[in-house]
Design a protein around this ligand. Structure first.
Ligand code: ADP
Ligand code: MG
Length: 676
């Protein structure tokens, strides 16, 4: 067998399974090998049903004591049965798996593994895995990879398919010579992939992950360097010297700038007035006031007579920026416009026309402003907000709309300076390290699930005061259907807990962008009191009326993500609160979350998160939903990032056939992807 063989050539894989793999974009053996498990589980001995702890993962060994029933619930099929073991009874639920009716029968004994919840006064295990006793015996204490699946394709089939490809792993090419691997203590690529799928022990698995992380960083650095050479040292075609006017602009603001803001504005003005083009990153924690730096910069550009563009990752954020900028700039006769995906075609055409004729000085918008149809008259400056949501190529694309315009990017991602210098190698960096004065520090608490009802009462009392709240719903990633049913169920439950006078709405990943926008806008207009959502849907949103952020399953998020979520509240003068519900009772999770309770400093939090990683956190906890690298994590593998940089500086590009390398490694175009 060869890497590029179709998976149908693997023994035991038929057309049906091939079609299922295709849904996961797995067509060849190479694809299969390069599909990383999303987690590893170890299996423990079964416990008695009477000893089950709610919301903890466990195994039970019991007898199926009811008939297997399948019924339609909302838009999915629910298959359920009861299981008892002499110490108690629990209910098992599976979603969209009606075939199980033919797998299980009343009276049979199985080991069921899953997380138990309490629903309608019953202990329920959703989507449990099931094993015969002899099979389970062999799995005890072994580390089992868990793959992302699709309906009808089980983890078992996935694993078996890879086992049959064992011989093919040796065909994976290694761009590091054995000498280099030994010198820098890196595992061979084929060993690394073998261990990813069949870990022999934790230590070896960690080494395997490190090697793959190294490769990802190295490839990124190679690409980045190409980009940097193309991009930097460009001549400044837009000399902007508006120091005096900018001073006036700042004096008119309703607040005094912080030291960090002033310095950032000085850096930016110096850049734009210099020989070379500006390529600068403004890094500042959520709420540190980056927008005003962007505004000062756009203002200077417009006053000098050039056009400027501000690009935000979402419509809601773009519209918010526009609402703030328009009146500010209007006073000086600077003409502004807002261009987003949902802008009407007629309006869009009008804006294109005006941009071309220089009847608009500053355009604020989303990706809509980098569409091909958009032509500027003389674009002097491009600002991208929340840079971690954009890739380098998007930045390049908008920059290409002018004659090498200045580029300013803003990011709230707390990453240490040395790492930022590698990740953003093409940019100079200004850091805003302090918060504006007069903010009331957010009150935090980390609590167990027994605190939920108290939290609901608290949210209700805040709503009665006219405030709003966000609730981040428990995340279940076993299957999409389940995730959705979970938000729906949770929202219903929350609505009944809060009562009908409180308006509760939900946002989830499977909604259309237009639906999401509509809900976000309703929330901003206060037509919704409590917003339930699955993950971090909107970065950068400013709704100073939100005073509560409640996060369910807080232990599942990286601290930096939780800190970003927390940044959604405490943005006005009102006292704000964060409630982190921790469902795991082990002390590690609690200790990690306590860091949040004790600090509001994003940089500190991200670095503590690293130190407190538990021994089982192989992948690290993803710091955000946007993942640039498949495996590498800036925080977790900082040493590999530095090593990749080192080796690149010493030996240059070691990847001989670059295209082939990308193909084999299924490399995503890193420069098109967001950074974190
Ligand atoms: P972020 O850095 O997260 O983008 P914003 O620019 O949205 O932060 O600023 C958050 C809030 O703080 C805004 O309401 C803004 O008007 C306000 N703000 C910014 N700078 C100052 C300052 N120096 N003093 C007081 N308030 C400020
Ligand atoms: Mg912002």
């Amino acid at each position: 067998m060869k890497l590029n063989n179709n998976i149908i050539e693997i023994k035991g894989i038929g057309e049906k399974t091939t079609a299922l793999f295709a849904k996961l974009n797995i067509y060849t053996i190479n694809d299969l090998i390069h599909t990383m498990p999303r987690n590893y589980l170890s299996y423990n001995a079964p416990i008695d049903i009477c000893d089950i702890e709610i919301e903890q993962r466990c195994a039970i060994f019991g007898t199926i004591s009811s008939y297997i029933e399948t019924k339609n619930v909302r838009n999915f099929k629910l298959t359920t049965c009861s299981v008892k073991d002499g110490t108690g009874t629990i209910r098992l639920n599976w979603f969209n798996s009606p075939y199980l009716k033919n797998v299980f029968h009343k009276g049979e004994r199985y080991i069921f593994v899953g997380t138990v919840k309490y629903k309608n006064n019953m202990m329920v295990m959703d989507m449990p895995e099931y094993y015969r006793q002899d099979v389970y015996q062999n799995m005890l204490k072994e580390m089992q990879p868990v793959y992302s699946l699709t309906e009808g394709l089980s983890n078992k089939v996935f694993q078996k398919s890879i086992i049959k490809c064992m011989d093919v792993f040796n065909q994976l090419d290694d761009f590091l010579t054995e000498d280099l691997r030994q010198k820098y203590n890196l595992m061979p690529v084929c060993e690394a992939f073998k261990n990813i799928h069949f870990p022999s022990d934790e230590e070896t698995l960690k080494e395997a992950i490190k090697r793959i992380a190294f490769d990802e960083f190295y490839k990124f650095i190679v690409d980045m360097d190409d980009f940097k050479n193309d991009n930097n040292k460009l001549e400044n075609n837009h000399r902007i010297t508006q120091g005096k006017n900018v001073m006036n602009f700042i004096d008119e603001l309703p607040f005094k700038l912080t030291k960090g803001q002033s310095e950032a504005i000085e850096d930016v003005l110096a850049d734009m007035g210099s020989e070379g083009v500006m390529n600068r990153l403004i890094q500042g924690d959520v709420g540190s006031g980056k927008t005003v730096v962007a505004e000062a910069c756009l203002f200077a550009c417009a006053m000098e007579g050039y056009q400027g563009a501000l690009m935000a990752p979402t419509e809601v954020l773009a519209k918010q920026h526009f609402a703030e900028i328009e009146p500010l700039f209007n006073k000086y006769g600077i003409k502004t416009a807002c261009l987003v995906g949902s802008t009407s075609l007629k309006e869009k055409r009008h804006i294109y026309e005006m941009l071309k004729n220089k009847e608009i000085d500053v355009i604020v918008g989303t990706h809509a402003i980098i569409e091909d149809k958009v032509v500027f008259n003389d674009l002097g400056l491009v600002v991208t907000d929340e840079q971690h949501r954009f890739g380098v190529n998007q930045r390049k694309k908008i920059a290409s709309k002018g004659n090498s315009p200045h580029v300013l990017v803003m990011s709230a991602t707390p990453i240490p300076r040395t790492l930022a210098m590698i990740m953003y190698a093409d940019l100079d960096i200004s850091v805003i390290s302090e918060m504006p004065k007069g903010r009331k520090p957010i009150k935090n608490c980390v609590v167990g699930t027994d605190y939920r009802n108290t939290a609901y009462r608290f949210i209700k009392s805040q709503v009665e005061l006219g405030n709003q709240a966000y609730v981040i719903c428990p995340m279940v990633d076993e299957s999409d259907t389940m995730d959705l049913s979970n938000v729906v169920e949770y929202t219903d439950m929350l609505q009944s807990a809060l009562g009908n006078e409180v308006k509760v709405s939900m946002l989830h990943g499977q909604m259309k962008a237009s639906e999401k926008n509509e809900i976000m806008e309703k929330y901003l207009r206060k037509e919704i009191d409590v917003l339930v959502s699955t993950t971090v849907i909107e970065v950068g949103i400013n709704n100073p009326n939100s005073t509560v952020m409640m996060v369910e399953n807080a232990e599942r998020f990286g601290l930096a993500t939780l800190h970003q979520l927390r940044g959604r509240v405490g943005r006005g003068s009102k006292q704000s609160y964060c409630i982190f519900i921790c469902t795991k009772r082990n002390s590690d999770s609690l200790e990690r979350l306590k860091v949040l309770e004790n600090s509001n400093d994003g940089f500190y939090i991200a670095s503590e998160d690293l130190k407190l990683r538990g021994p089982g956190d192989f992948w690290g906890i993803r710091q955000s939903g946007d993942v640039l690298f498949r495996i590498a994590d800036i925080y977790n593998h900082a040493d590999m990032l530095r090593l990749a940089q080192d080796i690149y500086q010493k030996y240059g590009n070691l990847i001989s056939d670059y295209e082939e390398y990308n193909k084999i490694n299924k490399n995503i175009d890193l420069l098109s992807k967001p950074v974190l």
